[in-house]
Design a protein around this ligand. Structure first.
Ligand code: ZN
Ligand code: ZN
Length: 134
C-alpha cells in the first residue's frame, strides 16, 4: 500500500504544500473529520483536502497500526469485554489486525480483507476455515 503523503496543489500541481491554519469554526470542525486546509508554497493557492483519506473515517482500522485490511476474529478464542459485548450486540463487527494480532470491535465496515503474504486464494476466508473445523 502506497503511503500517501501530503496532497498536491490543484492549481499548479506542486507538492510543496503545507497545512494552513483553519479559518473559522467550520474549517476547524472539518479537521476533526480529517479534512485540512492546505496552502501551496509555490502559487499560494488555498485548498482543502483530506490527507488521511476519507476512507480512514468511513472504514474500520486497527487501533494500533491503523491498517484497514482486516480479518475476523473468532469469539471462541477471544474474551470480550463488557463494552465489546455491548458493541457486538448492537451490530458491531469483530475485526482483527493480523500483523499486530489486535482484535477489536467496530461498527465501521472493513475496507479490504487482509491477505496473508504469499496467499493466492482469495476465497479461502477464515469463515470457511471455521466452518470446516467444526
Ligand atoms: Zn500551487
Ligand atoms: Zn494493527
Amino acid at each position: 500500500m502506497a503511503k500517501r503523503g501530503l496532497s498536491s496543489c490543484p492549481e499548479c500541481g506542486s507538492t510543496a504544500v503545507r497545512t494552513g491554519k483553519s479559518h473559522g469554526l467550520v474549517e476547524h470542525l472539518l479537521t476533526w473529520f480529517g479534512q485540512f486546509p492546505f496552502r501551496c508554497n509555490d502559487c499560494g493557492a488555498r485548498f482543502d483536502d483530506v490527507p488521511i483519506g476519507l476512507s480512514a473515517i468511513i472504514y474500520a482500522k486497527c487501533p494500533r497500526c491503523l491498517r484497514m485490511d482486516l480479518t475476523v476474529w473468532d469469539p471462541k478464542y477471544y474474551r470480550t469485554s463488557v463494552w465489546q459485548d455491548l458493541q457486538l450486540a448492537l451490530g458491531g463487527h469483530r475485526w482483527r489486525c493480523e500483523p499486530c494480532r489486535c482484535n477489536f470491535v467496530s461498527w465501521r465496515a472493513r475496507r479490504e480483507r487482509y491477505r496473508r503474504p504469499g496467499a493466492v486464494q482469495e476465497n479461502a476466508t477464515s469463515e470457511q476455515a471455521k466452518a470446516s473445523e467444526s
